[in-house]
Each structure stands twice: as C-alpha cells, then as structure tokens.
Design a protein around this ligand. Sequence first.
Ligand code: OGA
Ligand code: NI
Length: 335
Amino acid sequence: MAAVRVQSIAYGGVGAIPSQFIRADHERSALNAPPAKIPLIDMSMLHASPDLRQPTVAEIGTAAQEWGIFQVVNHGISEDLIRRLQTVGKEFFDLPQEEKETYANNAEDGNLEGYGTKLVHNIEGKMGWNDYYFHMLWPPSRRDLNTWPKCPSSYREVCEDYGRGILSVVDKLLSALSINLGVQECSLKEAIGGEDMEMEMKINYYPPCPQPELALGVLPHTDMSALTLLVANQASGLQVFKDSDWVAVDHVPNAIVVHIGDTLQILSNGKYKNVLHRSVVSKDKVRMSWPVFCNPPGNKVVAPMKELLDDHSPALFTAKTFTDYRRCKINKVKK
Ligand code: OGA
Ligand code: NI
C-alpha cells in the first residue's frame, strides 16, 4: 500500500490535522521558542598560518563544547551553488505526486534511499509533518545513482558539486576540532574512516500546516553522525535545546548550520556535545532543509580516541561498530 504523504494531506485542504501528527502536550511546549544567537563563525582564516587561524580554531572548539551547534560563513561554497541545490530540490518536490512515487523508498525493510515519509518512528507512533528524500552522496563507490532523482536532469551534477564543496568544509572543520582536542590534525577524519567517510544527503520537505501549534516537523533527536551540515530555505523552524529550553536558530543567508552528532561526542569522549534539536512548521510557508550527515562506514569501530584517555579520564563510551551504535539507537526509539 502506498504511504500517505504529508504533502498530499497538506494540499488536500484539511482544516484539522490527522491525530497521528498531534504532539503530546509535553512536546508542544515552547513551539514559539525565542531566537538564540547560536555561534556564527567566519571560516576564512582557517586557510592561514597556524598562528592566524588559532582564534577561529578556538571558536569552533568552544561552540562544539558549549552548544554542539554553530553556523559558518565564508565556508567556500558559493551562494550560487547553494541556490542551485535548493532549486533542484524544490523542483523535485514540485513534481506531480505520481512521479515522485516512482522514487518511493522501502523504509519498512530498512532501505531509506529514495522518497519517503517518517524517517524515525517515535515511541507513540507519532509522525512529523515532513516528507523527505534520502540518498548516499559520498564516496562514489557507495552511491547508487538509480536512487537519485532523475528529474530535474541537472540534479546529479548540482548535488555532486555540492557534495565536493561539503567534503572540503567538513575536512577543515574536522582539522580544527582535532587541533582543539590536542590530537593530530588528521585524527578525527581518520577515526571516521578517512577516505571511506560516508556522506548522506537528506532533503526535508515541510508543507504548510493548518495547525502548526499542534505539530512538529522532525521530532526531538540527536543525529548519529559525526557532523551534520545543513542549509535551509528562508523559512525558519530549526530549534535546539540549550540550558533546559528550546531556542530557535536564526536564519543567516548562505550560512551552513553545523551539528555535532553522537559519533563526535563518543570520539571526543564527551568533550564535544551532540545537540538535541527538532523543527517546527508554519501555517503558510513551505520549509525545506538539506542536511548532509557525515558518518563512519558501518564496520568502523567507534570509541573514544586513545590519545584522550588516561587514569584520570577513563572512556565514557563503549567501543562498537557504527552499525551497532545505529542498531542500538533505533531499538531504543522503537521500544
Ligand atoms: C534532520 C533534522 C532539521 C531541519 O533531518 O535530522 O534535524 O532543520 N532536520 O530540518
Ligand atoms: Ni537532525
């Protein structure tokens, strides 16, 4: 049976949202969270000599420890490329529903690549007001172009260009985050597989919602990734949990939002913080976002880096393959 898409419900003209989208009271709190100035970091000096780049390196380290999220500008990806990425993604979601369904994934069998609804099942079986597209982006040997949108025809080229750009931003961030831990500059990249590091592309599509105050876009979660790099369209909606409150991430044009995920928290033995986040939806705007998840390959063992451990700093996390960490987390959510 074909899955019901949130986009179809939204444009079906209902005045009240179906019950599976209505959040529990405790999850509805502070949907109108106050805006927060999450750290905004200018990456332009990261190319410079070690002395000159040090203040930026320190800013990145502090943001990763205190917030687990920050935005970066002067990251090296052009405004034009971000605009093209957003255009091809929007063109896909604007296709007739029947055409999008030809890309439907098989999420029930654990195959998330393709067009889908509801990536994470929450405990009460509730759903986010969200459809998505999901596919492997990197490395080339791991991706299956059959699962990528073929329409618009420029999708592949634009997405590949963006993937190369993101890879270079990720490499710079991982170097800075390594230096801040006092380990070798290449350590974090190696710990997540080096050249075998994987990047997954997700496009989130949040249609306008007749009762935005009752729904959520994506439910509160931390990402499993090492890092997630996200760009969004103009519509705001991302919120993060900071000092016991939800705060809204302000939209900075052309900035990339960087999330610290579970993997980096483990590798840094808890020094860097995985950020709890969610998204809210709006009555009249379509919100779209493009997170890229940077993960170790499934068979890579993820554990606190040895250089960080001694008698006074024991490992706070057990060593497990990334696949096992993923499995444990999914089982916990389903229970
Ligand atoms: C996600 C996510 C937030 C957003 O897809 O993992 O956290 O702003 N998305 O869309
Ligand atoms: Ni997320």
